[in-house]
Design a protein around this ligand. Structure first.
Ligand code: UGA
Length: 442
């Protein structure tokens, strides 16, 4: 089976690379010649653990190709995956379908009879019906199937999530036997390994993607609010999360309190889901509220760090992490960047380190002092704030850190350390939803 993938972002590139690893012949098409050139050499265009190996292996095996030219891959493709971006359109939060529409306009004239077109991008609910009508109008002669196959992979864990997902969701129109069969073949390998492959309607598939992301965002926003309560009442959010997550009906994932969610998905997808609810006359009040709560959380976290710095009478703050989470160089909607902006606005000197994301962030915050290591960032700082949960920030050498800082305040906004290990660390330690550990405590 020959597959063409339109778009080489996270979803497109990871899907294309992993499908070629399943043995399919895959061509990934992107309008950006520089990306295509880099990828053709087997080099990743973003940091994603394990991706480089998959690319190199499949390019060498002759199963994975890259091109800017639709005319190269589309005419032979049995399956065309649409994996272009669907950013927020405007303040309404609705998803912008421009790139999907453009892709359809370019591929449909080139498609062969019997093609299966798959929307992998996160699309407005109702897109299947709109695109079906559009394709029929463009090519009344074309026999095609249009299916919806939302992707649930996480950045930083993308390869593992693609090859070992909790489930695959496939939306196929009623009576579309070819769509059903070809999509079944695409994921036969996963199904044979016991992965549930859930067939549903295209509208449900479109809804499932938004509802899944909104629910996860809700879960972690909830735990962040419980963390606030723990702080007021002297509780410990890690113990609360652990115990409630042990209830299988709740589950332990997405119960890590922190500075709120960011990234290219939750922020835009929660906005789009809320917009969809309003438009359909079924407002998603919980989702509307969580968007606001998450937004405020960033300034609350910044305020905490600012208050600590003022109490320590320091003007210099070390910031560890600017990616929106660990194992990615993605800084889109990163809570860490919102905090950095707030610190700079208040006149603080920010000394920043991130293992992967500095190249992108540096351009946005030229006032920051960008440092090659966490220790370099900490040099001369009165406060050190951990904002991204990189594992290296959970292994800091405290005596070394203490000796190079001008102060002794560690603000761990990702709860990377246990309170026990922080006692006697030489720091006044503040985390999220847990009691402070102070040097002079009796
Ligand atoms: C998210 C979903 O998890 C994927 O299933 C989905 O495919 C993807 O969006 C998408 O729609 O493309 P991703 O944005 O890569 O994946 O990152 P997550 O691991 O979900 O983390 C999102 C944010 O929540 C991060 O800022 C992270 O730090 C935060 N988070 C996550 C917490 O603060 N606590 C947690 O317990 C979990």
């Amino acid at each position: 089976m020959r597959i063409a993938v339109i778009g080489t972002g996270y979803v497109g590139l990871v899907s294309g690379a992993c499908l070629s690893d399943f043995g399919f012949s895959v061509i990934c098409i992107d309008t950006n010649p520089a990306l295509v050139e880099t990828l053709s050499q087997g080099k990743e265009t973003f940091y994603e653990p394990g991706l480089g190996d998959v690319l190199k292996r499949n390019i060498a095996a002759g199963r994975l190709h890259f091109s800017t030219d639709m005319a190269v891959g589309i005419p032979e493709a049995d399956v065309v995956l649409l994996a272009v971006g669907t950013p927020s359109r405007d303040k309404s939060g609705e998803a912008d379908m421009r790139y999907i529409n453009e892709a359809i306009e370019k591929i449909v004239p080139l498609c062969k009879q019997g093609v299966v077109i798959v929307t992998k991008s996160t699309v407005v609910v109702g897109t299947h019906a709109v695109l079906s009508a559009k394709i029929k109008e463009m090519r009344p002669d074309l026999e095609f199937s249009l299916t919806s196959n939302p992707e649930f992979l996480r950045e930083g864990r993308a390869i593992g999530d693609f090859v070992n997902p909790d489930r695959v969701v496939i939306g196929v129109a009623k009576g579309d036997r070819r769509g059903y069969e070809i999509m079944g073949k695409l994921y036969a390998r996963l199904e044979s390994c016991g992965v549930p492959v859930i067939f549903t309607t295209p509208e449900n598939a479109e809804l499932i993607k938004y509802a899944a992301n909104a629910f996860l965002a809700l879960k972690l926003t909830f735990i962040n609010q419980v963390a606030d309560l723990c702080e007021k009442l002297g509780g410990n959010i890690d113990e609360v999360s652990h115990a409630i997550g042990a209830d299988k009906r709740i589950g332990s994932a997405f119960l890590r309190a922190g500075p709120g969610f960011g990234g290219s998905c939750f922020p835009k997808d929660t906005l789009a889901f809320a917009a969809t609810g309003r438009k359909a006359g079924a407002p998603q009040k919980l989702v509307e509220d969580l968007i606001e709560i998450n937004c405020k959380r960033r300034s609350d976290i910044a305020d905490r760090i600012i208050a600590a710095a003022r109490s320590a009478q320091t003007k210099t703050i070390a910031v560890l992490g600017c990616a929106f989470k660990d194992d990615t160089d993605d800084i889109r909607e990163s809570p860490a960047l919102a905090v950095i902006a707030a610190l700079q606005e208040q006149g603080f000197v920010t000394r920043i380190h991130d293992p992967q994301a500095m190249a992108a962030a540096r351009a946005l915050y030229p006032e920051g002092q960008w440092c090659a290591t966490a220790y370099e960032a900490a040099a001369g700082a009165g406060v050190c704030a951990i904002l991204t949960e990189w594992s290296e920030y959970g292994q800091l050498d405290f005596p070394r850190l203490r000796s190079i800082m001008s102060g002794a305040i560690l603000m761990d906004m990702r709860n990377l350390y246990s309170l026990e290990e922080m006692a006697g660390s030489g720091f006044d330690y503040y985390s999220v939803g847990r009691p402070a550990v102070l040097r002079n405590a009796v």
